[in-house]
Design a protein around this ligand. Structure first.
Ligand code: 3DD
Length: 413
């Protein structure tokens, strides 16, 4: 029971997954513990995640723990087809292929939603929302869910506020060992990986405009600086804008940044951050890329409507000719440039994110029926345990507090 691009691609997928396993020591350690204690025995997991080599390592870990896994992609363009093929040969009910139409994307999600899962793992919220909108009796067998990314947590908290949330959800994104590393260092590196694979442009000496100074924007701005770019940050939040100023970046409104930028990267989680009004004032030949979960941050439809013509000039690069004679290059159709034009974050950082996912699933099962129906953080001690395991895998030792120091920190005197 699966639907993938081409199951004969499995051998290449196995090599990719093995490569990822070599760089995910914490998740592999959790897998060996899961193999012994089988904490997920008899549990059916419905997951919508980017189907990458790193996600395959998580899926194998969940199966090692005794679970049955159904999997669909959390983006129509992010699936690594070789990996999907490999998972299909390992008994995963996987419905994913790169280049899904919008209808196919939701058809795949529907297969997972209708599998009658006990645990629901999501990245972006489309599965949680599908279940809440389309599967009325949901909540009957679902005793918990997790959410991987900032955008999805925002949607789930809105569901909770509206009183419609049907099951408790762990906001994996809000674990410190997730956002401080995946969002910042993962996206910081993988965004430029995507931009460079798609365009092969030199970053040094260019003006890189980063829209949004959250953990993702901080990482992208930091890596842009490291690659020799002049970095401009745009924001709507005065505190984040002030932080960007103190971090040494230029800060200005998009209307001004549009005139000087060479490469524009959106990382706000909001819609219409770069609009036609901005594009029309840009220099000839600028690059537009999105790092946010959905393809709404760059107003692609508006740009399509004003463009005189459009053509695909490189893989993942669409050129629009504007009425003023200038050209603008949109990467990955405005979708997640890191996962569409490259392989997403490196395995080492997904090791942390997906260790959070694996232990969140275990936590939901162990505490079944005792967790309030709302959006929760993973307990602090689990977050910390993941950091300790990562340090151990890197042979890094840290200090411990003396009794006197513990007393001092407890004392108000
Ligand atoms: N995401 C980025 N790279 C990924 C990879 N290699 N595998 C799976 C998912 C991957 C998306 C995550 O960063 C997710 O945490 C998010 O979107 O926040």
């Amino acid at each position: 029971m699966y639907r993938v691009r081409d199951v004969s691609l499995a051998p290449q997928g196995l090599n990719l997954i093995e490569w990822a396993e070599r760089h995910m020591p914490v998740l592999m350690r959790i897998r060996s513990e899961f193999e012994k204690s089988k904490p997920l025995a008899g549990v059916k997991i419905g997951a919508v995640l980017h189907v990458t080599k790193e996600t395959a390592v998580l899926v194998r870990t969940l199966i090692a723990g005794g679970a049955e896994v159904w999997l669909a992609a959390s983006n129509p363009l992010s699936t690594q087809d070789e990996v999907a093929a490999a998972l299909a040969t390992e008994g995963v009910k996987v419905f994913a292929w790169r280049g899904e139409t919008s209808e196919e994307y939701f058809w795949c999600i529907e297969q997972v939603a209708r599998s009658d899962p006990n645990i629901v793992i999501d990245d972006g919220g489309d599965l949680h929302v599908f279940i809440h909108e389309r599967i009325q009796e949901a909540g009957r067998n679902i005793f918990g869910g997790t959410e991987e990314t900032t955008t999805g947590v925002i949607r789930l908290k809105a569901l909770e506020r509206s009183g419609l949330l049907k099951y408790p959800v762990i906001a994996v994104n809000d674990s410190r060992t997730k956002y401080l590393f995946d969002n910042r260092y993962g996206t910081g590196q993988s965004t430029f990986d995507g931009i460079m694979r798609a365009t092969n442009i030199l970053i040094a000496g260019k003006v890189v405009v980063v829209a949004g100074y959250g953990w993702v924007g901080r990482g992208i701005a930091m890596r842009a600086r490291g690659l020799g770019a002049r970095v401009v940050v745009t924001e709507v939040d005065p505190v984040k804008a002030l932080e960007a100023v103190m971090d040494g970046f230029d800060v200005m409104p998009m209307s001004k940044a549009a005139k000087i930028g060479d490469v524009f990267i959106t990382a706000t989680g909001n819609i219409d951050v770069i609009r036609a009004e901005h594009v029309l004032t840009m220099k000839d030949g600028v690059i537009l890329a999105n790092a946010g979960h959905f393809n709404v941050e760059i107003s692609v439809d508006e740009i399509e409507s004003i463009a005189v013509s459009k053509r695909v000039v490189r893989s993942n690069v669409t050129e629009y000719l504007l009425p003023n004679g200038k050209r603008v290059y949109l990467l990955a159709e405005g979708r997640l440039v890191n996962l569409v034009a490259a392989e997403g974050h490196p395995s080492e950082v997904m090791d942390l994110s997906f260790s959070n996912q694996a232990l969140a699933v275990k936590y939901l099962i162990e505490n079944r029926g005792r967790i309030e129906v709302k959006v929760h953080n993973l307990p602090y001690e689990i977050d910390e345990a993941i950091a300790r395991m990562k340090l151990e895998s890197m042979n890094i030792e840290i200090d411990t507090l003396t009794e006197k120091q513990i007393e001092y920190l407890r004392s108000w005197k």
